[in-house]
Design a protein. Structure first.
Length: 264
């Protein structure tokens, strides 16, 4: 009887933990109180949202990180992971994460347009949210880093961080890229062919064992940008796709904090 009760208790606790995910695929049980508040805003007629996470008790006009999540243009992963949100907001930086249409809803350049509209919406509403409209950085992961790279080329973020990035569609061809591009020119969709000297300082993070987006996508981009006077650096690691060592994530946090001039 005692063994049966123990087994039931274990099952109950496992279900309780599973039920705490709240839509966050990478949720980890909290060790303490959240360092941020979360608000959602619809910014376009397609129902796309931005999620605004602000440090608790933040001062007004704080810097922010515009975050474009990945998902192969087939999965919507707008809510950042608990660990990522805690790390960035714990440095006194807000996070604005953006939705965009997926490849079964629209083909390129709809995704780029949606992300540009999300950034415009965030800048227009920044002061209302307690953010400095001009003091922002951009971050993109996997599929989202294609759109983020375009922002680093056409907009004026303080800096840009790109993780495992598809940057040249003329050499990266698979089912996901074919679906999102449709009949659009592979070259015209590729950020690597638009780099220039005045682009945002950019940090590339890429694993040498990435079998989804080859490491050469970032290494070729670094060389192309620096040839024309861009300020691009590549940090490599020996893991796979977006499987980034925590030590590098901490260094990236330091990089973003320094580029935004945020107090820890």
């Amino acid at each position: 009887m005692m063994l049966k009760r123990v087994c039931l208790l274990v099952v109950f606790l496992a279900l309780a933990v599973t039920g705490c995910k709240s839509g966050d695929r990478k949720f980890r049980p909290q060790a303490g109180p959240l360092s941020y508040t979360t608000e959602r805003y619809v910014f376009d007629k397609f129902g796309n949202e931005v999620i605004v996470q602000k440090p608790v008790n933040a001062d007004s006009e704080i810097p922010w990180l515009f975050n474009v999540p990945g998902g192969g243009w087939v999965h919507r992963n707008t809510m950042p992971s608990y660990r990522f949100s805690q790390q960035i907001t714990g440095r006194g930086i807000a996070i604005v994460s953006a939705d965009y249409r997926l490849s079964d809803e629209a083909t390129w350049p709809a995704q780029r347009v949606d992300v540009e509209n999300a950034l415009d919406f965030a800048r227009k509403n920044a002061r209302k949210w307690g953010l400095d409209p001009d003091r922002y950085a951009v971050r993109g992961e996997s599929a989202g880093s294609t759109e983020a790279a375009w922002l680093s080329i056409t907009e004026n973020p303080r800096c840009t961080v790109l993780y495992a990035s598809p940057l040249d569609f003329t050499t990266l061809r698979n089912g996901e890229t074919s679906r999102v591009l449709g009949n659009y020119s592979q070259r015209d969709a590729s950020p690597i062919y638009a780099v220039h000297a005045g682009m945002s300082p950019t940090l590339l993070i890429h694993g040498t064992k990435d079998t989804v987006v080859p490491f050469s996508q970032s290494s070729d981009y670094e060389q192309a940008a620096n040839r024309v006077g861009g300020r691009v650096q590549l940090w490599r690691h020996d893991k796979g796709h977006v499987d980034v060592p925590n030590s590098i994530n901490q260094r990236v946090g330091d990089y973003i904090q320094q580029c935004l001039g945020a107090a820890s």
